[in-house]
Design a protein around this ligand. Structure first.
Ligand SMILES: Cc1ncc(C[n+]2csc(CCOP(=O)(O)OP(=O)(O)O)c2C)c(N)n1
Ligand SMILES: [Mg+2]
Length: 573
């Protein structure tokens, strides 16, 4: 072998763990099973990854997703079928929202496949490929490792996940992990293939010409700006051209919200005003990965100017031209160099919504959503990680964030309970930051057990739980008073001591603004659990109008939402 291609002998399992670690992943989430115990033992013996066992694989998949959003790559380890299929919902969410997760499934031994033995955790029908096929729907690459392919397939899958920002699925048959193979000595290097030089030059010139010739250029970012690590370049381009940038909700905080050229969230008719004006009246819009979906386009009331430039992770569309083999950051860096410095364009920065709001409340009055979010606005500080669940907790989208905050939500996939698992992942990825979870009672009930794992690892997040007796956001779609939107009453604030006897966690049950302020003054030296009791028919106005228009979209003109008092409606203001 030539220089740089030296090999060494290593077993498959240790090589897999080593490569994951070299790719910058320090933790793995999952649940043991007989088909992956050998890999977990290798990991424990070698100390390669910190194992975070979860209560179930669904929660592990959410944790891996949260970890991947902050860390850029994550690892999930499950056992054959029963574990993997339990995780598949979370992995699909990662696929939908472009989070690279390496899903490792300890699977039935190759010996059993060759001899066609009926095994547990299968359909017992002689088909050994069903679960690889299932994961075809939710991953961008898949493989079953063998001693022959492991050295190349492991690198291919890890690199593919990282380059495409999508999950991948590897089956590791349980009799393969301890077999020795020849593997490279050199560490795995995560890098993008460089752009095609001619395509890059032409693409940069085309974008720079259009932006330079425009009177009111603007940028609209979606989540790929964050996933492909292009926020710094986006801001650099805005500064050079003195041009505004708006974000869609799925990219909230991808651009520092205090950046002078940030104009707010774009969401069709439900946009923040400066954002709507900047985007819709632009004569040259550069969109980064924009994917209009109902919840982030104001129910398709978005109205982009004609002929925007669409830049994605690895390609760009400009008019009739399509550029392949160009990477987003190289494109943006090239454009920054190519455009002239603009010095005389007027800017209209984002006006913080809370600064104009006025929800002054009597401190002893019943806590309302308006007063709740206003109090939380005052609590947020620079560098916080905010994790916001589907439901009235989407009020968090209305918060104005100080610098260096990260905002995690699963606004497209929207699987409730996601945030409790995801919080475990964000905590593991960034243990030195303050993490705030915003979750409703209904969502929390899906994945509540993972609070025990958060306590077990002595993490210290602040958990804001809204107890409104059920699924208020659903009441805004249909069933305002229907029983199917009620949930069982739990003693939520008692759960820390139930899940972790002897815990130092501080719990609060909050009914008024004064109660809330008292809870918010608690020091962050331990986990803080704040259960806020609120009215089932109180919701942020954006949640109500989103639900009302969602009902029309979902059920059509003949739908039940037209009958009297069927849904929680927006009140006249
Ligand atoms: C896995 C899954 N099941 C069901 C739903 C439908 N759903 C969306 S939001 C929601 C209710 C959330 O209720 P809660 O967390 O209590 O929020 P709030 O009452 O504050 O609106 C439900 C049931 C979903 N999105 N995902
Ligand atoms: Mg609720």
């Amino acid at each position: 072998m030539g220089a740089g291609t030296e090999s060494m002998t290593m077993n498959v399992g240790e090589f897999l763990l080593r490569r994951i670690r070299e790719a910058g992943v320090q933790h793995a989430f999952g649940v043991p099973g007989d088909y992956n115990l050998e890999l977990l033992q290798q990991n424990e013996d070698s100390g390669t990854l910190t194992w975070i066992g979860t209560c179930n694989e669904l929660n592990a998949s959410y944790a891996a997703d949260g970890y991947g959003r902050l860390n850029g790559l994550a690892a999930l380890i499950t056992t054959n079928a029963v574990g993997a299929l339990s995780a598949i919902n979370g992995v699909a969410g990662s696929y939908s929202e472009h989070v690279p997760v390496i899903c490792i499934c300890g699977s039935i031994p190759l010996r059993s496949i060759e001899r066609r033995l009926g095994m547990h955790h299968t359909m017992a029908d002689g088909d050994y490929n069903q679960f690889i096929r299932a994961f075809e729907q939710v991953t961008t690459a898949r493989t079953r490792l063998t001693p022959q392919n492991a050295a190349t397939e492991i690198d291919r899958l890890i690199l593919t996940a990282w380059r495409e920002k999508l999950p991948v699925y590897l089956e590791l048959p349980s009799d393969v992990a301890y077999l020795d193979i020849e593997v490279p000595v050199d560490p795995l290097v995560l890098e993008e293939p460089p752009s095609d030089p001619e395509r890059l030059r032409s693409c940069v010139t085309a974008i720079a010409d259009r932006l330079s010739g425009a009177k009111s250029p603007a940028i609209l970012v979606d989540l790929d700006a964050d996933r492909f690590g292009a926020a710094v370049e986006v801001m650099g381009l805005c500064e050079k051209m003195q041009m505004p940038v708006a974000a869609v909700a799925t990219a909230k905080a991808a651009i520092d919200e205090t950046f002078p050229y940030y104009v707010g969230l774009y969401n069709g008719q439900a946009s923040q005003p400066q954002a709507r004006e900047a985007i819709e009246t632009s004569d040259c819009l550069l969109s980064i990965g924009y994917r209009p979906i109902d919840l982030t386009s104001g129910s398709f009331t978005d109205s982009l100017p004609a002929d925007p430039i669409h830049a994605r992770g690895h390609s760009v569309d400009i008019g009739d031209d399509n550029y392949q083999a160009v990477t987003l950051r190289e494109v943006l860096r090239g454009v920054i160099d190519a455009v002239p410095q603009v010095t005389n364009r007027a800017t209209r920065p984002h006006v913080p919504a809370q600064a104009t709001g006025n929800h002054a409340a009597d401190g002893s009055a019943k806590l309302t959503q308006a007063a709740y979010w206003q109090a939380i606005q005052g609590y947020i500080r620079a560098g916080d990680v905010l994790v916001a669940e589907d439901g009235t907790s989407y009020g968090a989208f209305g918060l104005d964030l100080p610098p260096n905050c990260t905002f995690v939500s699963e606004a497209i996939w929207g699987s409730i309970g996601y945030t409790v698992g995801s919080l475990l992942g964000t905590l593991a990825a960034a243990p030195d930051r303050r993490h705030l979870l915003f979750v409703g009672d209904g969502s929390f009930q899906l994945t509540a057990q993972e609070l025990s794992t958060i306590l077990r690892h002595d993490y210290k997040p602040v958990i804001f739980l809204i107890n409104n007796g059920g699924y208020t956001i659903e009441r805004c779609y249909l069933g305002k008073t229907s029983h199917f939107n009620d949930v069982a009453t739990w003693a939520y604030a008692d759960l820390p001591k139930l899940f972790h006897p002897g815990t130092t966690a501080r719990s609060f049950v909050v009914k008024t603004v004064d109660d809330l302020q008292k809870a918010l003054s608690a020091p962050n030296d331990t986990l803080i659990f704040i259960e806020s009791i609120m009215d089932p028919y109180d919701a942020p106005q954006g949640v109500i109008s989103g639900g009302n228009s969602g009902a029309d979209l979902d059920y059509g003109p003949r739908g039940p939402q037209h009958r009297g008092n069927m849904l929680l409606r927006r009140t006249a203001q």
